[in-house]
Design a protein around this ligand. Structure first.
Ligand SMILES: [Zn+2]
Ligand SMILES: [Zn+2]
Length: 155
């Protein structure tokens, strides 16, 4: 049980790193054609960017299925991936972008910090020059703002 929990928590933590890299180098790289919808004025409840969420769900589902078919503890890796997806949807879609009919507010310091950091991610238009690619960890505001000033000068 302890081992399973450790696998789950390690996966959840690792997913933040993987998510950061995927956002920075795939979604703002060759995958921009899908992510672009997320950086434009919002039209409906769904956007092509949600394809990434669908891919994440499929990966989590596959890992759980393989784990349960006898390759333990892969199902706990899958659970960690799924948990990252759920937290991401709640924090990013719900609290930061308010895509839902009810609009939860960032109440504690951690959520406020994520909220501000992600608004900085959307501060510059287009695929290049963005800052703050993480989802569940935000570097200090000072650092993000300095990066943003530098990128503004470059663009
Ligand atoms: Zn982005
Ligand atoms: Zn966003």
């Amino acid at each position: 049980m302890i081992l399973n929990l450790a696998v789950f928590l390690c996966t959840l933590t690792a997913m933040e790193g993987i998510g950061y890299l995927a956002h920075r180098y795939i979604m703002h790289g060759w995958g921009w054609f899908l992510h672009r919808s997320h950086h434009e004025p919002h039209l409906g409840a769904l956007e092509t960017n949600d394809v990434y969420l669908l891919a994440l769900a499929l990966i989590a589902f596959a890992l759980v299925a393989i784990g349960r078919a006898g390759h333990a503890p892969l199902q706990w890796v899958g659970a960690g991936v799924a948990a990252f997806g759920v937290i991401y949807v709640i924090v990013h879609d719900g609290i930061v972008h308010r895509h839902w009919p009810f609009k939860p507010r960032p109440r504690n310091r951690y959520l406020k910090r994520l909220y501000k950091a992600h608004l900085l991610h959307h501060a510059l238009k287009g695929r290049d020059n963005s800052v703050s690619f993480g989802f569940l960890y935000a570097p200090p505001m000072r650092r993000l703002k300095r990066q943003l000033r530098e990128r503004r000068r470059q663009s």
